[in-house]
Write a protein that binds this ligand. Structure first.
Ligand code: SIN
Length: 543
């Protein structure tokens, strides 16, 4: 038995916590908000898996590789698609009630899938259903919910809510714990044999996002500051259709899968000339919408779902129907305004197919990780699957010394050796002029759907003018300040990566380099060379 800290409470974190407890490990689950809040909760379309007789793992692998635009790691894709069906069955055992139709489990079609293979629950409330089932499973295994973990039972998950990851603790190159900011008594250190990061993505980097406000990339930033390799940070996926109202709620691709069409303000279907039309790959549709918006003075385009009829819209898409209603829209009667928004980060902490990072003792699963399963562009509904598959694997990997695992290698296929990259410009406080809103605008304008060398260079200069707090002072910061520090570090890394990639590939599109360059079919990994000094926030608590 070993002690494990899991950071994050989406599908990956909850799965890791349950699996690790069931495997006999002592688990502490740390989450920034409450257990039910995560990116998972807002996922609509569903979870893709080759579970149906007319489908195959090989077909799912092929679709995933095609979407990844030459940057997927074939072994990670194979693992994802081959183990996916078993992990979906696990979810059913944990109590997720996937929708059924007359043929059995119902399935939807989303862009760039050659088969209908997307399972959903509650119509478009798949993430919420998964989150609910896993939170209940974790709570059944919880021994204590107190924020003071000094006394713990030998078994059962210690749940620390409203507790934010500050940094990783690194001893002689090995991760031995985390520093966290708790709700009551400030910063503290938690020590353990292993840390599994499951903190999700960083949609908050951008002015428009489908992500909740907790998605500030805390795990990627902390791992990078600790000296772990991170990669593919230039690849951020922009979902084509967020409702163009405050909060930009997601309008699932499954709506287009059911037959809804896109129109410009003159009512014309502008996707008809593109292969796949409205179900072309996500980046293609997002760019077409951005172009159309530019041609109509920035006005959003329209998603016309009126032909689907009120009954189907309300039963299959109750979440979107509610979001429309809140915004005063009736999508059974009128086309609704939609625009692209930041949705999913393909890049993150580099892991192998066992969720192991470049630092011993540190694992990562879900959106925080760059597992190699998504390459330059993620196939729709593969993200929940990735979280379930690789969280399970990371827990299995806890039990074995490195050499006993398959495919053990320091090299990650298709990834460059980590190179020293951007260094954090430490100072005690943000320079005058910084605000989160400004950072989000800079990122949206320069590193959004359309990018250019000049725009990225100007953004890099602006970002360099702001400084993030010295980690020695991090323990004195508020949650908001810690998040801003993470966002600033990550914005710099993403912009630097986007500047370095002088081509257009997958979700990364540069107007000055509009074509794929075969010589750049390789991920770029970054490390921060020194890693963090050991942080001494209060006395360390062994988990
Ligand atoms: C959607 O429902 O369109 C989003 C699904 C995904 O991000 O894979």
């Amino acid at each position: 038995m070993s002690s494990v800290i899991v950071v994050g409470s989406g599908l990956a974190g909850l799965t890791a916590a349950v699996r690790a407890t069931d495997a006999g490990h002592r688990v502490t689950l740390v989450t920034k908000a409450t257990l039910p809040e995560s990116n998972t909760r807002y996922a609509q379309g569903g979870i893709a898996a080759a579970l149906f007789p007319d489908d195959s793992v090989a077909a799912h692998v092929l679709d995933t590789l095609r979407a990844g635009a030459g940057l997927c790691d074939a072994d990670a894709v194979e693992v994802l698609c081959a183990e996916g069906p078993a992990r979906v069955r696990d979810l059913i055992r944990f109590g997720v009630d996937f929708d059924h139709d007359e043929s059995g489990i119902a399935r939807g079609l989303e862009a760039a899938h050659s088969r209908s293979r997307v399972l959903h629950s509650g119509g478009d409330a798949t993430g919420a259903a998964i989150q609910r089932a896993l939170v209940a499973t974790v709570r059944q295994r919880a021994r204590r919910t107190s924020p003071r973990p000094e006394i713990y039972s030998e078994t059962g998950i210690i749940i620390l809510e409203h507790t934010m990851l500050i940094d990783l603790i690194v001893h002689a190159g090995t991760v031995t714990g985390v520093t966290v900011l708790g709700p009551e008594d400030g910063a503290r250190s938690l020590e353990a044999d292993a840390v599994i990061l499951a903190t999700g993505g960083a949609g908050t980097l951008f002015k428009y996002t489908t992500n909740p406000t907790v998605a500030t990339g805390d795990g990627v930033a902390a791992a990078w500051r600790a000296g772990a390799a991170v990669a593919d940070l230039e690849f951020y996926q922009f979902h084509p259709t967020a409702l163009a109202v405050p909060g930009t709620p997601l309008v699932s691709e499954a709506v287009r899968g059911e037959g809804a069409v896109l129109r410009n303000r003159r009512g014309e279907r502008f996707m008809l000339g593109t292969p796949g039309a409205e179900l072309a790959p996500r980046d293609v549709v997002a760019r077409a919408i951005a172009r159309e918006m530019a041609a109509q003075d920035g006005d959003p385009v329209l998603l016309d779902a009126t032909a689907l009829g009120r009954d189907l819209l309300e039963t299959r898409f109750p979440t979107i129907t509610a979001a429309c209603r809140t915004a005063g829209l009736d999508w059974a009667v009128d086309p609704i305004p939609v625009a692209p928004a930041a949705h999913y980060w393909m890049g993150g902490v580099t892991t192998d197919v066992w969720g192991r990072t470049s630092l011993p003792g540190l694992f990562a699963a879900g959106e925080v990780a760059r597992s190699g399963a998504h390459g330059a562009n993620r196939l729709a509904s593969n993200s929940l699957l990735e979280a379930a598959v690789f969280a399970d694997r990371a827990v299995r990997a806890l039990a074995f010394p490195r050499a006993e695992l398959d495919g053990d290698s320091a090299d990650h296929a298709g990834v460059s050796d980590p190179v020293p990259g951007v260094s954090p410009a430490f100072s005690v406080d943000f320079a005058e002029g910084f605000s989160r809103g400004k950072l989000q605008s800079v990122m949206w304008d320069a590193a959004g759907v359309h990018r250019s060398g000049a725009g990225l260079a100007a953004a890099a200069e602006t970002l360099a003018g702001w400084t993030s707090p010295d980690p020695a002072h991090a323990a004195g910061l508020t949650v908001r300040q810690l998040e801003d520090r993470n966002l600033l570090d990550l914005a710099r890394l993403a912009v630097t990566s986007a500047l370095a990639r002088t081509e257009s590939r997958g979700a990364h599109h540069r107007d000055d380099y509009p074509h794929v360059r075969p010589d750049l079919a390789r991920s770029v990994a970054w490390t921060q060379p020194t890693g963090l000094p050991r942080t001494t926030a209060k006395e360390a608590i062994a988990c």
